[in-house]
Structures are given as structure tokens and as C-alpha cells.
Design a protein around this ligand. Sequence first.
Ligand SMILES: [Ca+2]
Ligand SMILES: [Ca+2]
Length: 165
Amino acid sequence: MGIYEEMLDEPRTTREYMRIVKALLLSLCLLLPGCTQDVVNPEQELFDDNTFVNEDEHIKLTWTIEWASTIRIVLDKQEGPNIDLYTMTEVNYQKYEDCDSFVYLADLSDPNTAAANLEATVDAGTYVTVIDNTDCGEAQPPDQGGLFSSDENDRARVDYRITAQ
Ligand SMILES: [Ca+2]
Ligand SMILES: [Ca+2]
């Protein structure tokens, strides 16, 4: 009770009150997992877009992180066929482009998907995330081509966001 009486008795400046409020917020923050991490190490947005991927095309998203970071990828296919979502090193991207077999980061990839919500911690380096609407990989856009018909463009509309923290 003595402390409260003292606080009430002594006139305080706004700055002093702000200091007390900040101290209280910080001590509350310490109790919440992830709260101090957000303050100290804010989430950085790498990509955020809503766009179309034509049939037989892919989107190449190259990103570099300076130190080990938690990468989050959220993707939602809103129209069209399923796509392949792959994250790989640049060397493997060359193999992917040639439609050869390649190695990808399983935790940050989702072959033949309509929606993905991925998270993984990766080492510093440069990586390539691919949103693929080609015949390579697992998913393949429908082929309407025939003797008397030509293939139609089955484009996929994707909404995606990649962040690093
Ligand atoms: Ca594919
Ligand atoms: Ca087609």
C-alpha cells in the first residue's frame, strides 16, 4: 500500500508515467512467446503479390538472407489448375529450368498445390522460390490440344506472400 500512496502523493510528469507504462508493457511482453522477438527482430516482407501464371510459364522469386532466418510462405490459388511451389538453391533452379531432376527444400515447397502455408528456418544464402504452371514438376496444366483443337491457356491466379524474420 505504501507504494501506491507514494505514487498518488507525489506529482509526476507525463514522461515519468510513460516510462512506467513502457516498463509494464515490456514485462507483459516478456510473458508472451514471440512478442520480444517481434520487437527486436521485425518480420521483413520479401514478396507480396496477386497475379496470373500462364500455362507453360513460371514465376521466379529470388531472395537473399544475410543470416539464418525463419521464412514463411503463404500461397492461395484463386483460379485455374493446381501449381507447383518449389524453393531451391540457384544451382537447382538451373536444373528445374531444364526440366531435369532437381533438389528442393521440402519444408518450403508444396508440389501440386492449391493452397500452402509453410514455415522453415534456413541458413544465410540466396534461394529461388518458383510458382510453376508448366508440365515440369508434379502438377501439369490440362492439355486440350488434339487433332482438331489447340491447347488453351490454363492460367492460374495466385495470391502469395513471402516473409523473413
Ligand atoms: Ca508443373
Ligand atoms: Ca491447357
